[in-house]
Write a protein that binds this ligand. Structure first.
Ligand code: GAR
Length: 214
């Protein structure tokens, strides 16, 4: 398939999900990586693959709002089909969401609606949950509240530390996120206001790979 589906990825740090999105891009191409952190370690993955990396340094803006507006302007100029947040630690503002309706995705390290926000693995261990995992969802005004597109789960092991659990969930994230974006790009997943539809191909593949669809 021709890769006509351009994707922008927003990162703040390590960038392991960016790496997986790059390495597993079958039906899309990552055309741009943006960050609010000029020193984000993940930028090396963009550079290694000759993908443009642009950072927006907080000191250069009067407010976080202005920084977010600058990121928004750059995204509007780029006009990617999808914007993927991958460990991007700023809350996306309403204006940006409205510019890209049903086009901004996030990966979150829990089985939403459980554990929105930070420290998800610590809270999962403290709460002695049996199942944990990750979620790809649309970004809306809330924090980790948007429409769920797909999830990947695992059984929490007895005595497992938050770090061990987090590492296993991260491995699932690296599987799930490119799967969702490849299927969106191929038209096997369709997003519209408040609704996600899956083709039979996507449903079968999700079942085979153990992904959960809403
Ligand atoms: C990932 O676990 C991602 O799910 C999480 O941050 C990590 C980033 O890792 N995102 C959030 O917590 C967003 N609320 P990465 O930089 O190696 O992809």
């Amino acid at each position: 398939m021709r890769k006509s589906c351009r994707v922008a990825v927003l990162i703040s740090g390590r960038g392991s999900n960016l790496k997986s999105l790059i390495e597993n891009a079958a039906n899309y191409e990552i055309s741009l990586v943006l960050s609010n952190n000029p020193e984000a370690p993940g930028k090396t993955y963009a550079e290694a693959h000759k993908i443009g990396f642009e950072a927006f340094r907080r000191d250069n803006y009067k407010s976080v709002g202005e920084l977010k507006a600058a990121i928004r302007s750059r995204l509007i100029q780029e006009n990617p089909r999808f914007v993927c947040l991958a460990g991007f630690m700023l809350i996306v503002d309403q204006e940006t969401i409205e510019q890209f309706p049903n086009r901004i995705l996030n990966i979150h390290p829990s089985l939403l609606p459980n554990f929105p926000g930070l420290d998800t693995h610590e809270r999962a261990v403290a709460g002695s949950v049996q199942r944990h995992g990750c979620t790809v969802h649309l970004v809306d005004r809330g924090v980790d509240t948007g429409l769920i597109v797909a999830q990947a789960g695992l059984d929490v092991r007895t005595g497992e530390s938050a770090a061990e659990l987090g590492a296993r969930v991260l491995a699932l994230e690296h599987q799930l996120y490119p799967w969702v974006v490849n299927n969106l790009a191929a038209g096997n997943i369709e997003l519209s206001d408040g609704n996600v539809k899956f083709s039979s191909v996507a449903k079968e593949e999700a079942e085979r790979r153990g992904f959960l669809l809403p």
